[in-house]
Design a protein around this ligand. Structure first.
Ligand code: PLP
Length: 454
């Protein structure tokens, strides 16, 4: 056995992962030719997968509680999705959906409009990724309102292309070296009830306090409201640490936008397509946005994104925005099959039920482990936040990283999010037995890290 040289820091002790010489050779080949920006926390090299289970090239089985970062919504290689891809591939692979007509693209847009409550009928612009969906939303908001500025939130993640990157603010490494970014974006604190940074000043709901800060501080100083085109936010922050905002946050933002003619843009790239137990994360908060962006889980793993806006907001004309691959027919066929599977297999209900079961299981192990500061989430978007001390809530970043790496040795794939959170995002098909196995493994993993660092 040789050693994997990953990116996990070594201040908190954990076991070196098992890496056979063959796997180590493969990892070396990979790092010679792939960008050094990749962040591999442990040496998982995929062979194949089915549902919530995956196997590595050495034949070892793992439970996948990452879903390839919230992408394989119907599980790995769902037979109906695979069949839809095969059937479409036999007909045609590509035909430039911006320039020509084909039915799968139209049918998928109809389905998306039908499941996306916007108060009025919507229209769809297809993309290939989350960042591109946000780029489309940002451009549409400027084009439609004729205004230049935006409000975004600290610890948000909206993508890494130069437009979206001006909004992304979850880690310094994502921005360092890339200045100047898109101008006119003012960042404010997110409505994080666990680690609030603004004084409550008499407000009961912290989200309402944040919105008051936007209106009475930001609009009155650096970003006049009549210059603001849109407010872009994740209805639950993903990369920033799985932060569920207070119940009053989105309604107060909606009211603020209405008062000032600003567009409310909801980034559902990670929260969308059933992840939280509803089609969209915003549906938990009783509001309707003007623009919704999505990608990740929409096509179970095929690259596809969408920007959905109310028809009266989609006021741009031919040639104002476009791309070559958006609405690729194979991706659209996979997305239609994904929506069918979610509906016919009752996966929204399953996500809600399995998510609350997982939160209950985590609540049971939390008292044993003083490093677990908070457990939060909605549906199958669950975060476990590790702290140095429950009273100060100081983030335990390296502790979290050690747990992520150690879990790999026990056969569980998990990933971090934000300064000190582990995210648990299995496919929406996950069952109780798999959750039991994952939480038992996580419990054993934390115990092992505790023992190694006594
Ligand atoms: N928006 C959110 C909320 C995300 O979580 C992500 C990716 O993690 C993105 C946008 C960017 O998506 P992509 O990596 O497909 O560009």
């Amino acid at each position: 056995m040789t050693t994997f040289t990953g990116t996990t820091p070594r201040h908190v002790q954990h076991r070196e992962p098992d890496v056979t010489p063959r796997l180590q050779e493969f990892i070396q080949r990979d790092s010679a030719v792939l960008s050094p920006t990749f962040t591999r926390s442990y040496p998982f090299a995929m062979s194949h997968g089915r549902g919530t289970e995956v196997w590595d090239v050495e034949g070892r089985r793992f439970l996948d509680f990452t879903s390839g970062i919230a992408v394989t919504s119907t599980g790995h290689a769902h037979p109906r999705v695979v069949k839809a891809i095969q059937q479409q591939a036999e007909k045609f692979l590509h035909m430039a959906g911006m320039d020509f007509y084909y039915e799968v693209q139209t049918a998928l847009a109809e389905r998306l409009v039908a499941i996306t409550p916007l108060g009025e009928p919507g229209q769809v612009f297809f993309t290939n990724s989350g960042t591109e969906s946000n780029e489309a939303a940002i451009k549409l908001a400027r084009h439609h309102t004729g205004r230049p500025r935006f409000i975004a939130f600290l610890r948000s993640f909206h993508g890494r292309t130069l437009g979206s990157l001006g909004f992304t603010s979850s880690k310094p490494a994502q921005r360092r070296g890339f200045f100047p970014l898109v101008d006119g974006v003012s960042h404010v604190p997110y409505a994080d009830p666990y680690r609030p940074v603004l004084a409550m000043d008499g407000f009961v709901d912290y989200g309402e306090r944040v919105v008051d800060y936007i209106e009475h501080t930001i609009f009155q100083t650096i970003a006049p409201a009549d210059e603001v085109a849109g407010i872009l936010l994740e209805p639950i922050q993903g990369e920033g640490g799985y932060v569920v905002p207070t119940p009053g946050f989105l309604p107060a933002l909606r009211a603020l936008c209405d008062r000032h003619g600003i567009l409310l843009i909801v980034d559902e790239v990670q929260t969308g397509i059933g992840r939280t137990g509803r089609w969209w994360g915003y549906e938990h908060f009783g509001v309707q946005p003007d623009i919704v962006t999505c990608a990740k889980g929409i096509a179970s793993g095929m690259p596809l994104g969408a920007m959905i806006a109310r028809r009266d907001v989609m006021t741009w004309g031919p040639g104002a925005h476009g791309n070559t691959f958006g609405g690729n027919p194979i991706s659209c066929a996979a997305a239609l099959a994904t929506l069918d599977v979610i509906e016919e297999e009752g996966l929204l209900d399953n996500a809600a039920a399995m998510g609350s079961y997982m939160m209950d299981c985590l609540a049971e192990i939390q008292p044993k482990h003083p490093s677990i500061g908070d457990v939060r989430g909605k549906g199958l978007m669950v975060g476990v936040d590790f702290v140095i001390d429950r009273a100060t809530k100081e983030p335990a970043r390296e502790w979290r990283d050690a747990i992520v790496a150690e879990a790999f040795g026990f056969g569980l794939l998990i990933l971090g999010a934000g300064p000190s959170t582990i995210r648990l995002i299995p496919p929406l098909v996950v069952n109780k037995a798999e959750i039991d196995e994952a939480i038992e493994t996580l419990d054993r993993t934390i115990t092992r890290v505790e023992e190694l660092n006594r």
